[in-house]
Design a protein around this ligand. Structure first.
Ligand SMILES: *Cc1c(COP(=O)(O)O)cnc(C)c1O
Length: 415
């Protein structure tokens, strides 16, 4: 458990605010973020990289709440986006588009236009077709687009197959063997400006070695480019640093940064990183209330008011999240399947958890700040959860709970 979420007299707190108080005030399910944890993570990057020209581009898809984007923007962050929608969010939150890098394999023409209009820092181009399209779009606007190629270094990130992106068989990036040829082509396109190289090999990496293997392969290409007179301004090494959900032992931010800096020694390029999960994952939790305890022949169930639509990771990746009682003591400890009300057997948040709970108890699903709210849906016509940011002794509602009317507001009945 992080220092920002802790027990005080057997009650679970986010910084100086008790989760019981948050639940009474805003209801459940509710995401709760610690401002100090968010700030602390970002500062660890800044501290570890000070002395080197760098830009930390927070990966918006991990958690795109405006309050979080605004907080990072004020700390000096840039942003890694994967859609035009995310660009709008960044700008709505006060982020600087000139610090935005745009990743993703399927950028549409209108997304390219929006990004060129906003003068973003760089497009991370993922295919030769995209390169041609971007050149055409930029030409039609009388602009030059700054580009990096996202190179696929073909290294095994040793993570869940759904979030591994740097292997030959993945849809991401351009093949390592084709990168040189594509850089030459890009260099000859009048409406492109080659400024960098990019790679991102996967998410929730708990070991430093695949990162270093990727850097080394990227640097070989940088050297080849230099021989041909193409000098790059920046190297973007992506995101992917893992966090502790259960018993993983990922390197800390300082250790990770030091290893990258050492691999990049003597290289003049600005360093760009795109961390997502490591900045927000353990800075947030999902607060939920037990509706029913249901005793079965083989298992006992705690049916809670959060579900797979609120937090998809257990259903999608069979991911583990620690689950803590909001109040300790008071109830006998039993072992439960923690499940939601959705009509799917995959709708679970945890298996075989020993918890001192009864109906109406509240529990906290930990490490839910990344890929929680941002992957949530309205399945079963469930309005999405409220989001609260705690700052010391104060709590701020940073997203209102959705209403059912909002969910069908765009729908029409046919006469
Ligand atoms: C998802 C993603 C990231 C962030 O990954 P984390 O594992 O959350 O750090 C960074 N860059 C790209 C291109 C991504 O797709």
């Amino acid at each position: 458990m992080s220092v920002h979420f802790h027990y005080q007299d057997n009650r679970l707190y986010a910084e100086g605010v008790s989760l019981e108080d948050i639940a009474s005030r805003f209801g459940t399910p509710c995401y709760v973020y610690s401002r100090a944890a968010l700030t602390g993570g970002f500062r660890q990057f800044s501290d570890a990289l000070k002395g080197r020209d760098h830009l930390v581009c927070y990966a918006v898809k991990a958690n795109s709440n405006l309050a979080i984007l605004n907080l990072f923007a004020r700390l000096g962050a840039g942003f890694d986006i994967v859609s035009g929608g995310e660009l709008k969010r960044v700008m709505a939150a006060g982020g600087d588009p000139k610090k935005v890098v745009f990743s993703g394999v399927g950028k549409t023409e209108s997304e390219m236009r929006m990004a060129l209009e906003a003068d973003i820092l760089c497009f991370n181009v993922e295919s030769s077709s995209e390169l041609y399209r971007l050149n055409e779009v930029a030409k039609s606007m009388g602009k030059r687009a700054a580009i990096s190629l996202r190179v696929n270094p073909d290294v095994d990130a040793k993570t869940h197959p759904y979030i591994s992106t740097g292997l030959k068989q993945n849809k991401f990036g351009v093949a390592y063997a084709e990168a040189m040829e594509l850089y030459r082509k890009a260099g000859a396109m009048p409406n492109l400006r080659v400024t960098g190289m990019d790679c991102h090999i996967g998410s929730q990496l708990t070991d430093i070695s695949p990162f270093i293997a990727a850097v080394e392969k990227v640097l070989l290409l940088v050297d080849e480019l230099e021989k041909e007179g193409i000098a790059l301004e920046h190297l973007d090494l992506g995101g992917g640093l893992g966090i502790r959900y259960k018993d993983e032992t990922p390197p800390g931010i300082p250790e990770y940064a030091a290893a990258l800096l050492s691999a990049l020694k003597g290289r003049p390029q600005k360093l760009i990183l795109e961390p997502g999960r490591v900045l927000v994952g353990n800075a947030g939790l999902l607060l939920t209330t037990v509706e029913y305890i249901k005793r079965g022949e083989e298992r006992n169930f705690a049916i809670v008011d959060a579900a797979m639509n609120d937090l998809m990771r257990p259903a999608l990746y069979d991911a583990y999240h620690d689950i803590l009682p909001v109040t300790r003591g008071g109830h006998e400890t039993g072992t439960y399947e923690i499940v939601g009300p959705i009509c799917e057997t995959g709708d679970f948040l945890g298996h075989e958890r020993a918890l001192p709970i009864a109906a109406q108890s509240r529990i906290a699903i930990m490490s839910a700040g990344a890929y929680g709210m941002s992957m949530s849906s309205n399945y079963n016509t469930r309005p999405r959860a409220a989001e609260v940011m705690v700052d010391g002794e104060s709590m701020h509602l940073v997203r209102e709970r959705e209403t059912v009317e909002q969910l069908y507001a765009g729908e029409r009945i046919v006469a």
